[in-house]
Design a protein around this ligand. Sequence first.
Ligand code: FAD
Length: 591
Amino acid sequence: MQTHDYDVVIVGAGGAGMRAALEASKRARTAVVTKLYPTRSHTGAAQGGMCAALANVEEDNWEWHTYDTVKGGDYLVDQDAAEVMAKEAIDAVLDLEKMGLPFNRTPEGKIDQRRFGGHTREHGEAPVRRACYAADRTGHMILQTLYQNCVKQQVEFFNEYYVLDVLMTGDPRTDEGVRASGVVTYELATGEIHVFRAKSVVFASGGFGKVFKTTSNAHTLTGDGPAMVLRRGIPLEDMEFFQFHPTGLAGLGILLSEAARGEGAILRNSNMERFMERYAPTLKDLAPRDVVARAMANEVREGRGCGPNKDYVLLDLTHLEPAHIDAKLPDITEFARTYLGVEPYTEPVPVFPTAHYAMGGIPTNIRGEVLRNAEDVIPGMYAAGEVACVSVHGGNRLGTNSLLDINVFGRRAGIAAAEHAATVESPELPEGVEIPTVELLQRLRDRPATEDRVADIRRDLQETMDAHVQVFRTEETCRKALADIEALKKRYETVAVQDKGLRYNLDLLEAVELGFLLDLAETVALGALYRKESRGGHFREDFDKRDDVNFLHHTMYYRTLEGEEGAEGTSIRLGTKPVVITRYEPKERTF
Ligand SMILES: Cc1cc2nc3c(=O)[nH]c(=O)nc-3n(C[C@H](O)[C@H](O)[C@H](O)COP(=O)(O)OP(=O)(O)OC[C@H]3O[C@@H](n4cnc5c(N)ncnc54)[C@H](O)[C@@H]3O)c2cc1C
């Protein structure tokens, strides 16, 4: 085992982690620990854009942006946080521009902006051009720009180091001396354990779309961060809110950015009807994602789906000029050609909703400090990006608000983490802090081989989540998912890995990741069962209206720690946290 000492340790080198690193490393000794080489992080797959009310191409202001975010999130958004994000968006984009990001430009040379779902002028009057973009490779450009600036600033990276546990001093349930004190990691190349002691730990480890089968998310998005903190008694928030993006390639889930509809593409059913006119008369195809995804699923259910099994709808770009498509949407149209053999110039593309984004995650305040209950923070622990729940996205995130979120709150968390580190001594680490991690890995390695494979359990988990906790949910389907997950957890207890070696043992790490996925899937299904209403991305057919009287609150998930009362059976206890409402009282959502 090796040990390292830093002021700030950042878990993850996606957009949020690197934006945090740029701030923290100016102020404190900072290390970034990442299971992927930084530029392989999922931020690099983001396509459509990052929004800010720059008003470069038409009138706009940050107050409209705040309103859209709150309404888009079905009033579960903490409005103080949304206001911070919309206000700071403008500088966040300009900072990236100064760092060298090659945004698309208007003929006058300003950063160009395009339309995206749910972004409007004058509180819903009409769509507005708010998304700044670099063709359909915006995330790629952000990730490369941040990485180059990190290299320039000599940020220290530990690449292909898997964080498997977070170290805490004290018990997160009590006030006494509780703080974050570091992380335990596994070096992929050697199999060696490295313990990082730190005054501040920042989680920026991304989402967990891999609990679902049909997803736009990369294979690595297994929710290690949230699962790990949950196991340590730190709560998670709003896990039932998962976004299903309308336009995944049918049958595959690979994403076709909403930028396509922003540039004028239209959704059609088997009658070639532009069905969104019925569901959202004002914004039509550019209504928020939850509304569009449900409309698509409904068209299919009512028999107006396309293809031999009538199980998808069509995204029609054929009325757009090929030159326009090539200039603005080169990558995603290539995906349609490569993966479905469809030529978007002349043929509509088969699409269906795909699991895309976790609105829930590790609860934080607007400084990025992690909460240990509805009010109090854990000193020295921070989270930002998709792993965190601030909550700026509430029940449903607007497109382009995540690339914004990672920049605004990544920056804030980096500053707060470094400032905290300047005020405290390094924590004492007890002897043997690495032992739980070593034991976990040893157990997986030592078990005798069984018929059951990690990949089989993962597939069964993803299938049950797609079947029961997807766009439409009921009490019965949520209970079915929970029963399946319980059975899968039993199977997981005896699963073994085939590769017993130390070097590049991905077999072993996939087994660990599966454990994280199972824990998170359970929280998603539990929350979906608990929330007897429909709001944002969470739709219960048996309670198909929003219920502000009983459910206008965030959901908090607490893991019962070993030895505590109720630790047997399902070990998650649910609590609530008030929604911060400043200027927008909840009202009915129409688009
Ligand atoms: C296909 C696609 C397109 C998208 N398009 C857009 C868009 O146009 N606009 C928009 O706003 N949003 C978009 N999103 C959403 C947005 O890209 C993500 O929410 C955001 O980039 C997440 O950034 P992040 O920094 O939080 O996490 P990520 O970029 O996912 O980075 C996570 C980091 O954590 C590290 N990590 C994870 N687990 C561990 C561990 N156990 N140990 C060590 N390191 C770990 C990884 O190595 C990685 O570096 C899109 C998402 C997808 C999937």
